[in-house]
Design a protein around this ligand. Structure first.
Ligand SMILES: Nc1ncnc2c1ncn2[C@@H]1O[C@H](COP(=O)(O)OP(=O)(O)OP(=O)(O)O)[C@@H](O)[C@H]1O
Ligand SMILES: [Mg+2]
Length: 456
């Protein structure tokens, strides 16, 4: 446990506050104080504390009630009570309700320190557990961003420039191009690197609960809210919150998110007071958000706010020089069950010519699958999926050399396929007129529904 932890002392006696600030504050703890219940509430709204030391007798509140209230404001914070001899019953009752421990006045400082450190240990472990439970989507190790194309070099440059700032970043690009990888690299190169990176896919948020998942809620905020709950905003405090597929965020929540970006404050569901959001935001989408704005599906002001710094990743087919590096990278990383994994030049050629609709994810999956299918870790063209083989690499069904006509037919078939049967586009791609294409389609009987979707 290397973290500095924060303590809030709630006590109306000035000498005690002064003593605790002086004696407890050190390299591993920061200590702040509140003189009464009102003050304590405000502190908890504005800051996240690890531990509260609460005098059970305050002028403006019933100790037990205040304890329950503070606990619901900050469910993950441990509370240690200070009590006089007359109030031990109350302290015991508070323990039953979830206080960490109590100490009686007059107390020995070293005993209090011991209790504090143990309480923090609990806070730390609970937070760690929560983080691990979250880790399916989160906290995977940062992966290097492989590539030497101009496109990827530029992305790397943009990351290095924007990472140290707190500016929100919108990462765009087709599915599988590496938006997650970029987000992780931004976090890893930021001053928040040793804090949490929380990743949430907005498409996976439960619709009725989106607001509460993001902002948290107060106990009793709605039916079923039997406990107060921290939202992603509080999980990500001091760290980074990566909202993936931001285009899927429901509209009413888009407006609330805009407010957080504008003034770094948010409100839990059911609460009036605002809390501070010390969070770096990253966003990703494979949609065209500008278009969504035009169609009225995405909040225009939010779009401008998150689009201040855009990192766009080109599809893999536009940066083919990255393919050999990526292949090498995944061959090394995914080589299991063999001493060494390699790829035949002819197989790599096919990869270089392929269009990669699924981008790097598809490439990774194909390597993984081929390694499994291979005898000794050597990937030959036969192991690659069929659609990757351009006709020129494919054996003719009879094993004989193909005639020029067969080659032409196969090539037209393949190009039509690539363009989903769209003749206009296929003609452009083939460099022939539409009429010529038409004639050839008739000649080779490549009519829609008449075979051009089959591969032989
Ligand atoms: N430049 C790269 N270097 C190394 N690995 C990469 C790179 N780009 C993508 N990958 C790998 O490819 C896979 C897909 O990448 P990622 O999950 O980042 O895509 P994405 O753009 O977030 O896709 P989606 O839109 O579907 O969420 C991952 O396994 C990732 O590690
Ligand atoms: Mg992704």
């Amino acid at each position: 446990m290397h973290d500095v932890y924060s303590v809030l002392v709630v006590d109306d006696e000035e000498p005690i506050r002064r003593l605790l600030v002086k004696e407890l504050g050190n390299k591993k703890r920061t200590v702040r104080t509140a003189v009464d219940a009102r003050n304590a509430r405000r502190e908890l709204h504005d800051h996240q504390y690890d531990i509260i030391i609460l005098d059970i007798r305050l002028p403006d509140a019933d100790g037990l009630e205040l304890f329950t209230e503070l606990k619901s404001l900050a469910p993950d914070t441990e509370v240690i009570l200070i009590t006089g001899h007359g109030n031990i019953d109350h302290a015991v009752e508070a323990m039953r309700l979830g206080a960490y421990d109590y100490i009686t006045k007059p107390f020995a400082l070293d005993r209090l320190e011991l209790v504090l450190d143990r309480a923090y240990q609990r806070v730390f472990l609970q937070r760690e557990n929560k983080r691990l439970r979250h880790s399916q989507e989160t906290e995977l190790p940062t992966l290097p961003l492989i590539g030497k194309s101009d496109a990827i070099s530029h992305v790397q440059y943009l990351i290095s420039k924007v990472a140290p700032t707190d500016v929100p970043v919108l990462i765009t690009g087709e599915s599988g191009v590496g938006k997650d990888v970029v987000a992780r690299n931004i976090h890893a190169q930021s001053r928040r690197a040793d804090k949490q990176l929380i990743i949430k896919n907005c498409a996976m948020l439960q619709r009725e609960l989106v607001r509460s998942e993001l902002f948290g809620h107060k106990k009793g905020a709605f039916t079923g809210a039997s406990e107060a709950k921290d939202g992603l905003m509080s999980l990500a405090q001091q760290g980074t919150l990566f909202l993936d597929e931001i285009g899927d965020l429901p509209e009413d929540v888009q407006a609330s998110l805009l407010r957080v970006l504008e003034n770094q404050r948010y409100r839990r569901v059911g609460e009036n007071e605002e809390r501070q959001a010390d969070i770096r935001f990253l966003f990703a989408t494979n949609r065209n958000l500008a278009e969504e704005v035009t169609n009225g599906r995405f909040n225009e002001a939010l779009f401008h706010r998150i689009n201040v710094f855009n990192i766009h990743i080109q599809p893999l087919k536009n940066r083919r020089e990255d393919i050999p590096l990526l292949v090498e990278h995944f061959l090394a990383r995914l080589c299991v069950g063999h001493d060494h994994c390699s790829i035949a030049t002819s197989a790599l050629d096919q990869m270089l010519n392929y269009d990669w609709p699924g981008n790097v994810r598809e490439l990774r999956n194909i390597i993984e699958r081929s390694i499994i299918l291979s005898e000794n870790g050597a990937i030959s063209p036969q192991l690659l999926p069929r659609e990757m083989a351009g006709f020129e690499f494919r054996e003719s069904p009879t094993g004989e050399d193909m005639t020029l006509e067969t080659v032409e037919r196969e090539h037209i078939r393949r190009v039509l396929n690539l363009h989903d049967g769209n003749r206009q586009k296929a003609a452009v791609a083939l460099g022939i007129g539409r009429k010529t294409l038409y004639r050839k389609i008739q000649k080779y009987a490549l009519l829609p529904g008449n075979g051009h979707h089959e591969s032989q």
